[in-house]
Design a protein around this ligand. Structure first.
Ligand SMILES: Nc1ncnc2c1ncn2[C@@H]1O[C@H](COP(=O)(O)OP(=O)(O)OP(=O)(O)O)[C@@H](O)[C@H]1O
Length: 623
């Protein structure tokens, strides 16, 4: 099958998304805005949230105004009764504020978590729809970081950043209006301080956006490395490559660290500047306000209210840096998530795609002038390929390594799309068949079978969730996979990640059982018995023979014993079918075929428990 190594051939240090890395969009908030649809179902809660937040802020803002009444009223008149009344009002406002803040926090977390879950579900579903070429290009760590850490960033923004952004802007505007009403000149001075604040914030936003993107991409690289290391742990240990990988990992984390430090310093510098502006304004207000009180243009109560209100602006201004940082990170996260969501699956149902019923399929598979090149590769892997597999026929594809056998097989379930020519099933172009229906007709087992970290039963019934116990048993018997019943919890035993808790041969047998369980119209097997010992192989083959009798099958084979299963053999050379015939015919007439077989190390007949050599004599070798 397409080699794993290939999936990883991405320019060193490149993120994943083709044109993504470091690209800063002209409208940095565009993608964030596009995610508003996830907010819609929670609009009611969000409305309540804002209402509670605004009411709490209103209660907070009212306190300085009450203080003004206290100072200019009961305190100035030395009226204790009035004082208690106003003090009681201030207390009431304080309690109301605390209560409203509690309500806000309660609602806040539940809706943002629900939004995060909804986006995650959609991204995951979309990843499933994307074709193999997308997954060939994108390192899985990049996808992992997008679906985990980027979504957490978004949740933080939706639950805090966005809320405080709105709340703080409203607070700022209301307070500024009140300040202008209290003392127009000083109020306008405070308003004017918004200009430097705006300039500082804008500059910060631009720089932080670049740094955020860099850091989130670097985190994706680190995730890729961790994922690769976890998957290739055995190879890494066997080759003693731990120190080299550790060095690569250290370089990756250092890059994340450096960018993180850069971001923190940027935030620290900006926060200091943001702190400076309101404090400077406060100093000026205190001096000018005291002069105004002395000149009788302002009462002491008004000055107290003015300063108290102005102090209420400190937090919104101080938090501005954090909110912008959070907003920029969320914008970057939205960019990275939309890059995935915006990628259109390259293999989809055509507008008039039909679904063929299993009973209506005879199984004539035809390749007509097929050309295939991997995306981005100029040289085709398969060229001008014509081949017909008749209903019920088993055709083995033999060829040297890298000649395109696995690629050829992957075209049948449309894991990749032909670049030119067409493949037909009973005369229907595969592109005219509904994808889901097509894949339901085709049983596939690869040389490196993938099992998932779920139960054996779930793994087996992946393509046929409705299979009965008897059918599963029959498939397991055919694949000589009865061992599954002896696992600690039988078929309910949960397999380790990628089926690593069982042996390679056992995995192959389960994958084969999975392929035959769907009662396929066409079986596509990519050297599915390569990991079996000769004894088990012989048993699987004899059972497989019965299945193959009624099924059209395309097999990639390396062993002569497996060639024995085939009615005909096609020789694939450099992406072209150069000979088709029975094994005996090809042996007799095609020197390359003979050459391929001659390269096979001869297996002593005594060592094989199977009945005799492959038809035609010579044992075939792994190409
Ligand atoms: N995802 C991919 N992207 C680009 N090129 C690829 C990809 N997968 C395979 N190739 C290339 O396509 C060619 C055919 O590969 P393929 O895996 O089909 O060969 P094969 O005949 O099955 O090999 P083997 O016998 O070793 O399994 C090779 O040159 C390979 O490097």
């Amino acid at each position: 099958m397409a080699k794993c190594g290939y999936r990883r051939v991405v320019a060193a240090g490149s993120g994943g998304g083709p044109a993504d890395r470091g690209e800063i969009r002209r409208h940095p908030l565009r993608n964030l805005w596009r995610l508003r649809r996830y907010l819609r179902p929670h609009a009611f809660e969000f409305g309540w949230l804002m209402l509670a937040g605004l009411a709490a802020t209103g209660a907070g803002i009212a306190v300085p105004l009450v203080a003004q009444q206290v100072v200019d009223g009961p305190v100035a008149r030395r009226d204790p009764n009035g004082l208690f009344l106003l003090a009681g009002l201030a207390l009431l406002l304080g309690v109301a504020e605390a209560l409203l803040i509690f309500v806000r926090r309660w609602v806040q977390s539940s809706s943002s978590v629900a939004m995060e879950a909804a986006i995650r579900t959609d991204v995951y579903a979309h990843l499933q729809r994307l074709s193999a070429d997308f997954h060939d290009r994108w390192p899985s760590g990049q996808l992992l970081s997008r679906i985990t850490s980027d979504l957490s960033v978004l949740r933080r923004f939706l639950s805090f950043g966005l809320f405080f952004l709105i709340l703080n802007v409203v607070t700022y505007l209301v307070v500024v209006v009140l300040l202008i009403r209290l003392h127009p000149a000083l109020g306008l001075l405070v308003t004017a301080s918004a200009v430097p604040l705006f300039l500082i914030a804008r500059r910060f936003g631009r720089h932080y956006h670049v740094a955020s993107r860099r850091m989130q991409d670097q985190q994706g690289d680190v995730a890729t490395l961790v994922e690769e290391t976890a998957q290739g742990l055995r190879t890494m240990k066997a080759y003693g490559r731990g120190p080299q990988l550790a060095a690569r990992f250290a370089a990756g984390t250092e890059a994340v660290h450096d960018t993180g430090i850069g971001k923190a310093r940027l935030l620290a510098r900006t926060s200091a500047l943001l702190d400076l502006v309101p404090n400077l304004t406060l100093g000026i207000v205190l001096v000018a306000g005291a002069a105004a009180v002395a000149g009788g243009r302002l009462t002491i109560g008004q000055l107290v209210a003015f300063v108290s209100l102005q102090l209420m602006l400190i937090w919104p201004v101080q938090s501005l840096g954090w909110i912008i940082a959070n907003g920029q990170e969320a914008a970057t996260a939205a960019d990275r998530i939309q890059e995935v969501l915006d990628t259109q699956p390259s293999i989809v149902d055509g507008p008039v795609a039909i679904a063929l019923a299993r009973s209506a399929v005879r199984g004539r598979l035809r390749f007509e002038g097929v050309v295939f090149r991997y995306p981005g590769n100029a040289v085709p892997v398969l060229r001008d390929l014509d081949l017909t597999v008749e209903p019920g026929e088993t055709l083995a594809v033999v060829g040297a390594t890298g000649s395109g056998k696995s690629t050829l097989l992957s075209l049948v379930p449309r894991l990749h799309e032909v670049s030119a020519g067409r493949i037909t099933l009973d005369g229907h172009d595969l592109r005219d068949l509904r994808l889901a229906a097509l894949r339901g007709l085709i049983g596939v087992a690869f040389e490196e079978p993938t099992l998932f970290s779920m139960s054996v039963w779930e793994n087996l019934t992946l393509g046929r969730p409705d299979a009965s116990e008897d059918e599963v048993r029959a498939a397991l018997t055919l694949a000589q996979a009865g061992f599954a019943y002896d696992l600690p919890w039988g078929l309910r035993t949960r397999l380790g990640e990628q089926g690593l808790s069982i042996s390679g041969g056992q995995r192959q047998r389960l994958a084969l059982a999975r392929a035959v369980l769907i009662r396929p119209a066409v079986l596509v097997l990519d050297d599915p018995l390569s990991a079996l010992d000769v004894h088990t192989e012989a048993l699987v083959e004899s059972a497989l023979k019965r299945v193959l009798r009624n099924t059209t099958a395309l097999l990639v084979v390396h062993r002569p014993s497996t060639i024995a299963l085939a009615d005909r053999v096609a020789l694939l050379e450099h992406g072209r079918i150069t000979a088709v015939g029975t094994h005996t015919e090809l042996l007799a007439s095609v020197p390359t075929y003979r050459g391929l077989l001659a390269a096979e190390p001869v297996v002593p007949p005594a060592a094989r428990t199977r009945t005799g050599p492959a038809p035609g004599g010579s044992p075939l070798v792994r190409s």
